[in-house]
Design a protein around this ligand. Structure first.
Ligand SMILES: Nc1ncnc2c1ncn2[C@@H]1O[C@H](COP(=O)(O)OP(=O)(O)OP(=O)(O)O)[C@@H](O)[C@H]1O
Length: 376
């Protein structure tokens, strides 16, 4: 038992901790997920201490972020971010058990019993039907829109971080381990005055936007702007100096999540990632992401709906294949400022779902919104 929680089996293990199924004995044995994380990780903390080299020697006034180790700083950031979120498509943090004298921190979350989304079989064929993908995509779009409105960039959107509720009716976004909260981005989204920051004061220590310059997430889902030129281009020593001097630092914004949403949608539709280097090297992967186009298979989903190719002709514009490829095009635009925003995804691709279109009101077999049924 940890406080009122009776521990049942282990449901998963991540890089930073373990997740256990437990029951809340004070709430009719209601199921919950308990993420148990160690406050310190000597190897990681040492590495980060060396990397960060404090500019000011420690004193009585050393900021809290310097006084605690890197691991605990990351956990606290994850908790601060999760505390801000209350949304049907975001995993809910119920409670944190944080006894300063103990080596572990316990995060109690709602239990998502449906587990991870299974999107491919052993031969990399898609396992989801188009209508299932459409529902998952809608849930994630809504969850992500809420995060961005809050000023949160998730930074690790991918199928493995989307979990089904126990009844498999809803998908929720999880794992805020590398997420970032930017007060500036929150204000930009809601258009408020920065002097009204009172409410967020306690979290200000985690709002250092410079942390965004560190690469985080999963390589196959990286947006081009996350990958700096020196990670996939070969330079002569002279041109490297010139290139790094002249290269403006690319701005990391919520657009990186929209790209990752596109990669996720591609995975669900085709059972494979859009950029898959034949030599399996990260160097090649980064080059493909930054410079190459992706391709499409002839069909998508386990129900094998036709796609009509990478550049489908206008005559197919009312088909789900055409709509899906156009949506992928807009989500995976290599230029972040040109990439579609989530409100546009809603208006242009999910509109009918939002209006609650019923199966008897017309063609609902269309994959991503408006249009008429597939041609024969
Ligand atoms: N609220 C939850 N309900 C049910 N299962 C969960 C829940 N949260 C996490 N899990 C499961 O536990 C596993 C570990 O989750 P966790 O977030 O710690 O690790 P992770 O996703 O591997 O991330 P990282 O290694 O980056 O910390 C996940 O694969 C997931 O299936």
């Amino acid at each position: 038992m940890i406080n009122q929680y009776r521990i049942r089996g282990q449901v998963g293990k991540g890089q930073h901790g373990e997740v256990w199924l437990c029951e809340d004995t004070r709430d009719n044995d209601k199921q919950a997920a308990m993420k148990v994380v160690k406050r310190t990780n000597p190897r990681l903390d040492k590495m980060n201490r060396l990397r960060r080299k404090p500019l000011i020697p420690p004193s009585n006034h050393t900021p809290l972020t310097e006084a605690i180790g890197e691991t605990e700083r990351q956990i606290r950031k994850e908790i601060a971010i999760m505390k801000k979120c209350r949304h049907p498509h975001i995993v809910k943090l119920l409670e944190v058990i944080d006894d300063k004298l103990k080596s572990k921190i316990y995060m109690i979350m709602e239990y998502l019993g449906g587990g991870e989304i299974r999107w491919k079989d052993e031969y990399s064929n898609p396992t989801l039907r188009i209508d299932q993908t459409r529902r998952i995509f809608r849930d994630v779009t809504l969850g992500l829109e809420y995060l961005h409105y809050q000023g949160i960039i998730h930074r690790d959107i991918k199928p493995a971080n989307l979990l089904w509720s126990s009844d498999r009716q809803t998908v929720k976004i999880t794992d805020f381990g590398v997420s970032h909260f930017s007060y500036a981005q929150h204000l930009a989204a809601v258009g408020k005055d920065i002097s009204k920051a009172k409410k967020y004061e306690e979290d200000m220590i985690f709002m250092d936007d410079s942390a965004l310059s560190k690469t985080a997430g999963t390589p196959s889902f990286y947006a081009p702007e996350v990958i700096s030129d020196d990670r996939y281009k070969t330079f002569s020593s002279d041109s490297l100096i010139n290139a790094t001097q002249s290269m403006p630092r690319r701005q990391i914004t919520k657009a990186i999540d929209i790209w990752a949403l596109g990669v996720t949608l591609y995975c669900l539709l085709f059972g494979r990632v859009p950029f898959d280097p034949p030599d399996q090297s990260e160097f090649t992967l980064y080059r493909l992401i930054c410079e190459d186009d992706w391709g499409v298979l002839d069909t998508m989903g386990s129900d094998r709906a036709p796609t009509y190719g990478r550049k489908p002709r206008k005559m197919y514009k009312d088909t789900e294949g055409y709509t899906a490829v156009k949506l992928l095009d807009r989500l995976m635009d290599k230029v972040p400022s040109e990439r579609i925003e989530l409100d546009q995804v809603k208006v242009r691709f999910l509109n009918r779902l939002f209006l609650g279109c019923r199966s008897d009101s017309g063609p609902t077999s269309v994959a991503f919104g408006m249009g008429s049924p597939r041609p024969p």
